[in-house]
Write a protein that binds this ligand. Sequence first.
Ligand code: GUN
Length: 280
Amino acid sequence: MATLIDGKDVAAKLRAQIAAEVETLDPKPGLAVVLVGEEPASEIYVRLKQKKCAEVGIESFKHELPEKTTEDGLLALIDKLNKDEKVNGILVQLPLPKHINKFKVMDAVLPEKDVDGFHARNIGLLVQGQQGLQSCTPRGVMALLKAYDIELAGKEVVVIGRSLIVGNPVAQLLMNENATVTICHSRTNDLSLYTKKADVIVSAVGRKNLVTADMVSEGAVVIDVGTVRDGTKLCGDVDFENVKEQCSAITPVPGGVGPMTIACLLENTLLAYKMQKGGA
Ligand code: GUN
């Protein structure tokens, strides 16, 4: 039976560290969360982000805009938040309505306040291996691997998914830790050909049972970033019950990567605050 990688526990410890540091700060760090439209899942995430901010002493400012908000209207709000000294981090919840160009929005946020790590400058710094703000879920994955002492240097890692939010940046972070990384995606011909060779599999697609036991080598580490609603249940990309018999360590869904994403958002807000005050 594999080691269960307990994201709830690692996230709680990270939040406790953040809370202890925030306690010493005056003024407190502030995070602005912008929600456009009425996507129910986004509303749940935004509420949770605000709750966790409050728990660690970070101030949060919620901005809810109607679905029909224009791109210029959203850009004007971002400009206001960029100039607001109480706001150290800005998060614009994705997805955005189709009439808004998300890349324009991502690049409008000041790179120093870009707690999502989506600005072209922060992505460039990530590729250069320099300090910048890095996206939250990939950071969460890396923090879990570190917490469980999972060696990456020289290891074969397969990332499934090439999104801007997870697949791409996590592959970059893994390379920065000297792993040999293969990125597979929806057009990969034979996924199992790659996964069977992997020491570590990071799956970030959002398809139930995408990764089955026959695709995983004995002793591999499996990180499941997928979130799929299955009726009232939340599940990941990985056939957990069967894969756990095969691998050496695995993240559950829920309770694996999920709690780390928000903890890393809080950490990024604190880091942004310190960068703006000249302390990082
Ligand atoms: N929607 C789903 N995940 C994310 C994320 O990490 N950041 C933002 N801004 N929106 C999301």
